[in-house]
Ligand binder design. Structure first.
Ligand code: PMP
Length: 435
């Protein structure tokens, strides 16, 4: 290990001097991370941490098989998808096989934001209309299009006032703290979707009509909140009745993380028209994809050709293939199911003893611990969540809050997390809550 810098804040000052500060870092006094291994991180003082936050590193940090595959592919060939090479077709056919039903056609890009942007353009080109319906409190990325459909005030306090005119927001279908709760909640939220769609019919020129609807199939940004049963099925039906296209943003919750399901949309029992995927797919290498039907993809030719310089490059495709091979050979989706269920049970048990825990959300290794000041009013415990995260850092666990009120501990570790590491985290959380 390298010797730590003498002044622990010197590197932070250098960071701030040249890296735009709006690109925030975790913690006021963050550890300087030097290496990663599986679900562990090690800092320059040789302190180790369990990484409970990095959902991108799905197969774990520094996976030797991935390292070797990337090194070999770089040494052999890296070019772009205008050239003809095997890795591209191998990867897109694997993705098409994994995708549900008629989704058999793949675009390869470099990030979740790019995938969402492209999905929006596909929906708009396919329908010849502009309006996208999106869910309040969601986050879909930073590019112009992906940002437009993002309305989380936790990420951008002015988000609700600044959406462009082609974006319409529906109620956040939040089964825990939303407007409608309990078994019949979906009906309330669907009435809101129907009202938004009816209002669209009365609005402006033809091209202002409905192009599509975008939602995460598990409410990731809100902290892994499951959507009310029947919500996506009902919303997709309403959207399709009006010729709209249904986009499932699987960037966070899809790709095996839920354990029981490879895609979040399976949990809701729906088949989207377009799926966006990124993060886990590249294990940290910039990879994103849009998976759709041949018909929707072909209609995009109206926009000319489509090209992404590094999207689907031999190295990117090799990374994507190797990540899928590792997930299959190491049974990581199954591990997410088993370890996720164990961790959820531990957290549920803590929730019974500590009233600060209002709810444990999520499935598999996408969990959220929602902290409240009052179990009746559900007043969010945002400041407490921040303090708990700081205390957990001292205990050797890296976890961060999310949601509009930053009061949900978002638990999304590498999928190779062990039962021992899950217990280490739950024990640490128990100590911190007791204190
Ligand atoms: N969609 C969702 C649901 C996301 O969570 C994110 C990133 N947090 C994105 C899209 C954007 O992905 P990226 O950061 O790779 O651009």
């Amino acid at each position: 290990l390298a010797a730590p810098e003498e002044d622990p804040d010197a590197l932070l000052r250098r960071r701030d001097a040249s890296f735009a500060r709006v690109q925030e870092h975790y913690y006021a006094h963050p550890p300087q991370i030097e290496r990663g291994w599986r679900h562990h991180l090690v800092d320059t003082r040789a302190q180790t941490y369990v990484d409970m936050v990095n959902n991108v590193t799905a197969v774990g940090h520094a996976h030797p098989r991935l390292v070797n595959a990337v090194r070999d592919q770089w040494a052999l060939l890296n070019t772009n998808s205008r050239f003809h090479y095997e890795e591209l077709s191998d990867f897109t056919s694997r993705l098409a096989e994994l995708a549900p039903g008629p989704l058999d056609t793949v675009f390869l890009v470099n990030s979740g934001s790019e995938a969402v942007d492209l999905a929006i353009r596909l929906a708009q080109t396919f329908t010849g209309r502009r309006t996208i319906l999106a869910v309040r409190e969601a986050y879909h990325g930073w590019t112009v299009g992906a940002d437009a459909v993002s309305s989380s005030i936790g990420d951008n306090p002015r988000a609700l006032e600044t959406r462009p005119d082609w974006v319409r927001l529906v109620e956040s279908p939040h089964s825990y703290r939303g407007k409608y709760r309990g078994p019949g909640a979906a009906a309330g939220y669907l009435a809101d979707v129907a009202a938004q769609l009816a209002a669209l019919d009365d609005a402006g020129p033809d091209d202002a009509g409905l192009a599509g609807f975008i939602a995460e199939p598990v409410f990731g940004n809100a902290g892994g909140v499951m959507l009310p049963d029947g919500y996506l099925a009902g919303a997709y039906e309403l959207v399709r009745e009006r010729g709209g296209v249904c986009i499932a943003d699987e960037v966070q919750v899809g790709y095996g993380r839920l354990g029981e399901y490879f895609w979040g949309s399976e949990q809701q029992g729906v088949i989207p028209d377009i799926i966006t995927v990124a993060k886990a797919m590249g294990n940290g290498h910039p990879l994103g994809a849009v998976i759709t039907t041949r018909e929707i993809a072909e209609r995009f030719a109206a926009e000319g050709s489509f090209f992404s310089s590094a999207g689907g490059s031999p190295v990117s495709a090799r990374v994507g293939l190797t990540v899928l091979d590792i997930m299959r050979d190491e049974h990581l989706q199954e591990n997410a199911r088993i370890v996720g269920a164990h961790l959820a049970a531990r957290l549920d048990e803590l929730a019974k003893r500590f009233p600060t825990i209002g709810a444990v959300h999520g499935l598999g290794l996408y969990l959220g611990v929602e902290l409240v000041r009052d179990p009746v009013t559900l007043e969010p415990a945002g400041a407490e969540a921040a303090r708990i995260c700081d205390a957990l850092l001292a205990e050797g666990c890296i976890v961060q809050p999310t949601g509009d009120y930053k009061n949900v501990l978002k638990i999304k570790p590498p999928l190779c997390l062990t039962v021992e590491a899950a217990d280490f985290f739950a024990d640490a959380l128990e100590r911190v809550l007791s204190d």
